[in-house]
Design a protein around this ligand. Structure first.
Ligand code: NDP
Length: 491
């Protein structure tokens, strides 16, 4: 058990045990229990939403001008920077991720709070052209209480991506982290309280999604839900939101194509492909999980990929040399392993990996070797289903038409990577691929100033960028009459 982790969640400004079931979180590296806490139940959701609504409507928050609201976000960012090492270590313990990656995620969370603090300095409303003797304005207002539901793969970064713009917009937030990984979200909650945010504006409700998440989505006091997670959960949440006529943002799954043309810089492409799929042990919505290689270079690229995948360092997240850390949970590892076994039984060729590594250091952890498969058409289940593990499937293509048809033949549309020296070709292909983000001669790079989100079943709405704040606001039109005479109709 982790030392000093209190059995408390944050409900409407108060730290206390929840009224729901016990949440137990385990180390993916060793299987040991890290923490046990009484999670939230529906009554806690109700209390959190009511407290959030009251805090958001309180003049002490509602009337704070944007540039002063920004000070809270800056303070939060400063505290994240101060506690960065502890936050990264905690996230590595809880998610299994490598320490280098969790440090980067903590830095990203810090940057997100700073970015939205900065954006508040320049947020503007519009005077619109009038069509008569009046002045017309379009203004943006907070929604009230926002529900934020996040997955287990990058908790602190995805929490920040929702909390920062939602607070910046003047809302209260009820956060529901994933059941497998609530610890860093709770630590972030403590830190935000320490930054002096008025009580009630943030709740952190650890607990099962189908109870706590569902209660947040359906609560009449919640005016918007921002969700990151799997597509099937997103569909359920979208349907519940439709019942309430409530806006939702959905950041969902992917099966992103990466493409290698014969003229690509080979070293850059190989490094990018390996990073794109095997970093985070493939547990990334934007993992480049389908690689399309031009038929003329297919065999040589595949041989080299397989050779290099076999040399990646698989080990515990605490070791800075680790490239492929354990997966988030043994149950998830076993699900990934079963998908690979099924693909092989259905005729896929296993080029490397496809098993749990052997040896003492791997005995207790949720490890799985970097795996490459090929020999199946793009219609095969392994090419269509999101695996969310260190599994790459390779496919050859003949020409651009064939490539675009295959790459777009998926229900997803989250990301794409193109490796080529021909910028005209990169432009043509990038514009024809159904994906919210396309990387050209790079992969899995992020900037908080650049909007992110999916096409098709990969999601709805955009996070990040200056418009990211608008996603947490309601637009209102104001007409100011300037005519000294009464309206002619009734005179
Ligand atoms: P899930 O959809 O299972 O869970 C995500 C969150 O939703 C968790 O907090 C979960 O709680 C909660 N939840 C589950 N059921 C409900 C429900 N009925 N109502 C409300 N909330 C619910 O996804 P995973 O945790 O498996 O995360 C992996 C998925 O996330 C992948 O598909 C991945 O592609 C996607 N993802 C997308 C990203 C993007 O930006 N597009 C980024 C990162 C991940 P609990 O944990 O308690 O079940």
């Amino acid at each position: 058990m982790l030392e000093g982790f209190a059995d408390e969640i944050l409900v409407g400004g108060r730290w206390r045990p929840g009224s729901g079931a016990v949440v137990e979180t385990r180390s993916p590296a060793t299987g040991e229990v890290l923490a046990r806490l009484r999670g939230a139940g529906p009554a806690d959701v109700d209390e959190a939403v009511r407290a959030g609504a009251a805090a958001a409507a309180d003049p002490a928050w509602r009337d704070v001008p944007p540039h002063e609201r920004a000070r809270y976000l800056v303070r939060i960012a400063d505290l994240i920077a101060e506690r960065a090492d502890d936050l990264a270590a905690l996230q590595t313990a809880d998610t299994g991720k490598s320490i280098n990656e969790t440090r980067a995620l903590v830095a990203s969370a810090q940057g997100t709070f700073r970015y939205f603090a900065g954006a508040l300095e320049t947020l503007e409303d519009a005077l619109t052209p009038p069509r008569g003797p009046y002045l017309t304005m379009s203004v943006h207002e907070p929604i009230g209480v926002v529900g934020a539901i996040t997955p287990w793969n990058s908790p602190i970064a995805s929490d920040a991506q929702k909390i920062a713009p939602a607070l910046a917009a003047g809302n209260a937030v009820v956060l529901k982290p994933a059941e497998w990984t609530p610890l860093v979200s709770l630590a972030l909650g403590r830190l935000i309280c320490d930054a002096g945010l008025p009580p009630g504006l943030l709740s952190v409700l650890a607990g099962p999604g189908r109870i706590v998440g569902d209660a947040i989505v359906r609560h009449p006091g919640v005016g918007k839900v921002s969700f990151t997670g799997g597509t099937s959960t997103g569909r359920t949440i979208g349907a519940a939101a439709a019942e309430k006529i409530m806006p939702v943002s959905l950041e969902l799954g992917g099966k992103s194509p990466t493409i290698v043309f014969p003229d690509a810089d080979r070293e850059q492409a190989l490094a990018g492909l390996l990073f794109g799929i095997f970093s985070s042990s493939g547990q990334s919505c934007i993992a480049g999980s389908r690689v399309f290689v031009h038929a003329s270079i297919y065999d040589e690229v595949l041989d080299e990929l397989v050779a290099r995948a076999g040399k990646l360092r698989v080990g515990p997240g605490t070791d800075p040399a680790t490239q492929v850390a354990p997966m988030v949970a043994h149950a998830h590892r076993d699900k990934v392993a079963a998908m690979v076994d099924r693909a092989v039984a259905d005729g896929a060729r296993l080029r490397c990996g496809g098993r749990i590594p052997e040896g003492g250091e791997y005995a207790e952890g949720a490890y799985y070797l970097p795996t490459i498969l090929d020999g199946v058409p793009n219609g095969a289940a392994i090419c269509q289903e999101e695996i969310f593990g260190p599994v790459l499937v390779a496919l050859p293509f003949e020409d651009e038409e064939d490539l675009v048809a295959q790459a777009n033949d998926t229900v997803y549309g989250l990301a794409c990577g193109i490796w080529t020296a021909d910028y005209r070709r990169a432009w043509r292909v990038a514009r024809r691929i159904d994906a919210g983000t396309v990387w050209i001669n790079t992969y899995k790079q992020f900037s908080i100033s650049t909007p992110f989100g999916g096409f098709k079943e990969s999601g709805l709405g955009r996070e990040k960028g200056r418009e990211g704040i608008r996603a947490y606001m309601r637009q209102k039109s104001l007409y100011w009459g300037l005519d000294e005479n009464p309206l002619p109709w009734a005179t």
